[in-house]
Structures are given as structure tokens and as C-alpha cells.
Design a protein around this ligand. Structure first.
Ligand SMILES: NC(=O)c1ccc[n+]([C@@H]2O[C@H](COP(=O)([O-])OP(=O)(O)OC[C@H]3O[C@@H](n4cnc5c(N)ncnc54)[C@H](O)[C@@H]3O)[C@@H](O)[C@H]2O)c1
Length: 252
């Protein structure tokens, strides 16, 4: 119940999917949570649902476009003003498409890299000074199995998620002396709105399940519990690591 007691977490892309699941689990484990997303109404609804479940003064909803430095500054200020500091950042916001290298337009490349890669850098850049003021922290960057291995499409997504993997390790090395741990999570097929909106057909989902030894897609909470672990003091010696949450996909 209290694995994150006295900690304050900022979660990007927290309106739905994995970010919302992480926000609910973090709050249930005693954290104060600020969720930021570009979907303002849904962010408010998710915050209200968490407040109802948790009761009391546990959550704030903010507008956060992860590509905008000013939004990040405002989100971190909200953590410090409302809850007294920032201990945990989950860089979860992400967008995807299935397009291959030649089919990807320059605009599509820029959009995906801006959110998935630049957004993670900006988040860390803004959060680190606040974590230093707290004497340490935990940053969790959501990459993907597509940041570890290739596939027949999703070129910009692969490029951005691969970058997140090494941004994570570089930050872990740079901020170890500040007691800030930085780790990446690499989900496989997680059954969230992203999967339908990235236009993955039912037969493509079946083939992804076919390469997953556990034989199914995961619920967002199955990633969320891994984020709880990395955020908590249970992971006190874990930094620069990549936690693969893929039902065995990349082990095969
Ligand atoms: N679903 C999967 O199978 C899967 C697999 C591997 C990795 N991931 C990664 O997991 C993370 C969460 O994805 P999800 O599956 O919950 O998808 P989702 O689409 O349900 O949630 C993503 C959230 O990010 C938000 N977002 C998009 N652009 C944003 C921006 N510029 N600023 C702030 N928020 C923004 C969306 O509004 C949405 O609420 C993403 O980084 C995604 O790439 C997903």
C-alpha cells in the first residue's frame, strides 16, 4: 500500500492508457501525482477518478505538451507548489505510426521524434534541478521493444524509441552522483488506445501475439507495476537499466 509514500510523481501522457494506469497505481501506493497530457478533458477525468479512488489531496491535472519547454516548467512548478517537490518522473507520452522508411514524410518524422525523443529530453532537463533540490529521484523513460529490435515498419518510432534507450543510459551516468536513478521500460504489445489508433489491423495484432511466448497482449497495469518498482526505494541500486515487459517477445 505504501511503496511510494511521501513521494511526488509527474507522469506525462497520463490521461489514458499506460500513463493513467501508472497514475492510479502510484496514488494507490501513497504517492502524490501530477498527470500532464494534451488531452485536457480526459486528463481531468482521469484525475477525478484517481481522487475518488484514493480520497483526499492526491492528484493534480495539468496541460502538458511534452514538446514545449514552458509546459514542462509549469508542470514541475505545480509539483513543487502543490506537493512540495518532485521525486519521480515518468516520461510516458508517446505517439506512433506504422509507416516504413520511404513512406514516412518529413512532417511525420518530426512529429514522432519531437514527442517521443525531444519530449523525454525536455522532461529530464526540467525535472533534474527539482530532483536535485530533493536530494535525488527516479526517472522512468517509456521506450518500447521497438527501441531494441527492428520490424517491417514504424521507422520514426523505432528511431525515437532507440534514442530513448541511450538517452536513459547517458542520463543515468550523468546524474548518478546526484542520486537520480534513470531507467527505461520496454513494453511489448500493450492493449491501449495507441494500438487501435496506430492502425494496427486485427491480423497484425494476431501476428504480434503469435511472436509473444506468453501468447497475449498485456493490460496497462502490467507495465504500471514495473514503473512502481523502479520508482520505489526497492530499486535503490537500479539505474541505467532496461526493463523489458514484453511477454517474452524479444527473448525468442
Ligand atoms: N501500447 C503499446 O503496445 C506500446 C508498446 C510499447 C511502448 N509503448 C509506449 O508506451 C507509452 C504509453 O502509450 P500507451 O500505449 O498508453 O498509448 P496511449 O495512446 O493510450 O497514451 C499515450 C498518451 O500520450 C499522450 N500524448 C500524445 N502526445 C503528447 C504530447 N505531445 N504531450 C503530452 N502527452 C501526449 C496522449 O494524449 C495519450 O494520453 C508511449 O510512450 C508508447 O510509445 C506502447
Amino acid at each position: 500500500m505504501d511503496r511510494l509514500k511521501s513521494k511526488v510523481a509527474l507522469i506525462s501522457g497520463g490521461a489514458r492508457g499506460q500513463g493513467a494506469a501508472e497514475a492510479k497505481l502510484f496514488a494507490a501506493e501513497g504517492a502524490k501525482v501530477v498527470i500532464g497530457d494534451v488531452r485536457d478533458e480526459l486528463t481531468r477525468q482521469t484525475a477525478a477518478a484517481i481522487e475518488a479512488q484514493r480520497g483526499g489531496n492526491a492528484v493534480r491535472a495539468v496541460h502538458l505538451d511534452v514538446t514545449r519547454a514552458a509546459d514542462w516548467r509549469a508542470a514541475v512548478e505545480t509539483c513543487e507548489r502543490e506537493f512540495g517537490g518532485l521525486d519521480i518522473l515518468v516520461n510516458n507520452a508517446g505517439i506512433a505510426n506504422m509507416k516504413g522508411l520511404e513512406e514516412t514524410s518529413e512532417e511525420e518524422w518530426d512529429a514522432i521524434v519531437n514527442v517521443n525523443q525531444k519530449g523525454v529530453w525536455l522532461g529530464m532537463k526540467t525535472a533534474v534541478p527539482a530532483m536535485r533540490r530533493r536530494g535525488g529521484g527516479s526517472i522512468i523513460n517509456i521506450s518500447s521493444v521497438f527501441g531494441l529490435i527492428g520490424s517491417t515498419g514504424s521507422t520514426a518510432y523505432h528511431g525515437s524509441k532507440g534514442a530513448v534507450r541511450l538517452l536513459t543510459k547517458a542520463a543515468a551516468v550523468q546524474y548518478g552522483p546526484d542520486k537520480i536513478r534513470v531507467n527505461s521500460i520496454h513494453p511489448g504489445l500493450i492493449l491501449t488506445p495507441m494500438v487501435s489508433e496506430a492502425a494496427i489491423s486485427p491480423s497484425e495484432i494476431d501476428s504480434l501475439i503469435g511472436v509473444t511466448p506468453l501468447g497475449r497482449g498485456a493490460q496497462p497495469e502490467e507495465v504500471g507495476w514495473c514503473a512502481v518498482f523502479l520508482a520505489s526505494d526497492e530499486a535503490s541500486f537500479v539505474t541505467g537499466s532496461e526493463l523489458v515487459v514484453d511477454g517474452g517477445w524479444t527473448a525468442a
